[in-house]
Design a protein around this ligand. Sequence first.
Ligand code: FAD
Length: 519
Amino acid sequence: LGSAARLYTEEDPLVILSSGSLKSAVTNSSSAWLIQFFSSWCGHCIQYSSTWKALAQDVKGTAAKTRFGSPKPEGSASHSIFKYQRNHKKVNSLRAKCWGADRSIPSVRQLMVNILQNHTKLDRPEHCPPLEPYSSAQLLPLLGQRSDHYTAIIVEEPDSYVGREVILDLLQYSGVQMKRVLSSDRPLLDTLKITTFPSIYLLHPNGTHGHLHSEKLLRFFFSSLLRTLPGVQRWSKSGSSSSSAGQMRVLPDNQNTEPWRDFDRSKVYTADLESALHYLLRVELATHNTLEGEELKIFKDLVTLVAKLYPGGGSVVKLMETLSDWLLSMPLQRIPYQAVLDLVDNKMRISGVFLGAELRWVGCQGSREGLRGYPCSLWTLFHVLTVQHDANPTALENTGLEGEAVPVLQVMRRYIRMFFGCQECGRHFEQAAAASMDTAQNREQQILWLWQQHNRVNMRLAGSLSDDPLFPKAPWPSPSLCASCHEEKNGVHVWNQDNVLRFLRHHYSASNLSPKYSV
Ligand code: FAD
């Protein structure tokens, strides 16, 4: 690949192969591979690369089993050639047979589904589920039976692909078994009283059953609803699953010393925000013995930002205002960390203003120790600050930050780069900021940029070891939090950004902050 004309990077949700690595990657692989051979100098390939990336993103949930590859040009080919690697035995070239002029995402996706479905038992990739429809004779006996998992029956018309796509979307999840039935199967339809297609009928582990209501009859909505059923969780990328196939694990597990507190995912909890500040001031900052120069400036800006924008007044604002005034009044260019800690811990307490002396996660609880917590609360804090800045545009006047178009993002960027304990995260965030933060030019774009960036991180981390199985990383907000945020255009999921902005303004507003410690 010519470096100037690189069409794909490691950040893309696909595997970049070379002629050297192609064979070893696909031989004996338990996954099916869809491989694009291309020349980076050919105009057609360059044009098609954005569709190829979007396609890879679109089927990413399936991608552990259907890998996307983009090896460097094969011979002197000046066009894209697509090959489907069927298990480890033979390679099917799609080009001659089925690759027509229509290479749109839904068409290629449907083509993949057809090929996966046409496997015989013998040559089906190890993890590929059967995609054939079930019959009422197979499914009716399951009604009323107890089980250790959900069974989701997708009923759809014969030419619909939604059922098979949802089955593949759920491939990496345990706790739910997927079956598909055609709308022509009258006995099942009559028994379950199903009249709308596509629709999902859910058999619960306790033997009860009923329709699964979805606001929109779209693949993304179905997949998202099923993934968020209690106990349904993602297999981890490391290959070790936290439960055996099809079985649900009861979470949270008892490795966590803190008692579990139920909470409402549509709320933001002040306990999380306060814990973020507690951790930031008492743990993260403590790794710096003294604050001087650039560090001191960044810390001061952060304190000012929180003092001016933290919603609802109260102790936190008082503390941050006092800290901010104190920092500004200091003639010193160098402040020992201990002096900051003394102020936060002792002087403020005397005047009755103090920050909780312990970490109390609510919306940021992890299902076990080491998951979620601080990074979750830090994202939450900055989302709140972007929304508060939008609601109070003049709040930063006379602070030195008023000249910045997107001050919350700028301060966050500097803070993460200088102080954030996860250096690898900081490096990634810095790369993203350098690449696109300048596209955010006003308060609305500031809210949306952070939302978008956070979703990129979610996508990148989905299924990784830091992914809490109770809170699998997924595009956010889910349809159950905001149905109008999601649409489908030409068969592909798209965000309705106006509605996302409206949702974020509400979700991270002062009025949606809950002071409770649990629901
Ligand atoms: P989080 O991703 O922390 O999200 C917290 C809450 O924010 C969610 O529960 C949800 O309510 C809400 N939310 C989710 N998505 C969005 C969105 N798009 N917009 C608005 N609100 C949303 N970890 C790594 O392993 N590698 C990294 O490179 C990395 N980079 C990071 C960069 C930053 C700046 C931060 C703050 C954290 C980073 N982390 C990284 C940590 C990681 O992103 C998670 O914070 C952590 O794994 C905990 O995940 P979580 O499930 O609690 O959800």
